[in-house]
Design a protein around this ligand. Structure first.
Ligand SMILES: [Zn+2]
Length: 257
């Protein structure tokens, strides 16, 4: 992509090209959006890294704290942002998605809030992309959703409800946290199998084996980060399970349509 080209989204101010992209495989087109934080203290450095051929990483768009948006990779091309990942039984997430990097120091920087101006741009950009590519609400996801064992971004401080209010993404109000029965590491049996089946049904890459193992804990943690951020502890309490059940119940009938 030449810098003289204009961005594909009207929300982006200009093109700042990254060489790190390839062809989408198996004729895939964008059918999901993956949100990231940069996880670096300095946005400019993060941007340079995403455009450095040595890094072998990139995204389609970059959103600064002040709301400025740059396009780095053409939407038709496969940017390199998700890495080893899976959703809904599909593993090549890069071929299926548009990746957006949001400048934020992330967990290493103490999870500072995402400024208003930045969130306004994220809302406008995601809204534009889901409309143009007809991306289903249930496929606007966190990097941590598709790579729960490896990634934490954009983190439990990301205001998903703000996107949802603007009609972007799938969300239910998290069920209130109360005391009661819960499941955690080491538990086994039918309830664990049912929990794993529900998480897998929603899209998470997880083996259904009836044991609350390390992978299950990581997926429960990723689920909480996105959908029940008030407590992110990897323990499947009643609030977590009810929130998951409500999400499945309110999922559009044909999520891939
Ligand atoms: Zn990421």
């Amino acid at each position: 992509m030449s810098p003289s080209l204009s961005p594909e989204s009207p929300v982006a101010a200009k093109v700042f090209p990254s060489p790190n992209h390839g062809e989408r495989k198996d004729g895939q087109h964008p059918s999901m959006i993956i949100l990231h934080y940069t996880g670096m203290p300095d946005a400019g450095e993060a941007l340079q890294w995403l455009c450095n051929p040595v890094s072998q990483v990139s995204a389609h768009y970059f959103v600064f704290e002040d709301g400025r948006v740059l396009q780095m990779v053409p939407e038709a091309r496969r940017a390199w942002h998700a890495g080893v990942s899976s959703w809904n039984g599909e593993s090549d997430i890069n071929s299926r998605s548009i990746g957006i990097e949001i400048a934020n120091p992330g967990h290493p920087g103490g999870l500072p809030p995402f400024p208003d101006a930045q969130m306004e741009s994220v809302v406008a950009l995601t809204k534009d992309i889901v409309t143009r590519w007809r991306i289903p609400a249930v496929r606007v996801l966190a990097h941590s959703d598709v790579a729960p064992g490896r990634k934490l971004d954009p983190g439990e401080g990301f205001p998903w409800e703000r996107l949802h209010r603007a009609g972007v993404g799938h969300r239910v109000a998290p069920a209130p946290i109360r005391d009661g029965r819960f499941f955690s590491r080491g538990d086994q049996g039918m309830p664990i199998e049912a929990l794993q089946a529900m998480l897998a049904m929603y899209g998470y890459g997880l083996r259904i084996n009836g044991t609350f193992d390390e992978d299950t804990e990581k997926v429960v943690t990723a689920f909480q980060r996105h959908f029940r951020p008030e407590r992110v502890d990897g323990v499947a309490d009643a609030s977590t399970i009810t929130t998951l059940r409500d999400l499945i119940a309110t999922r559009p009938a044909n999520p891939t349509a």
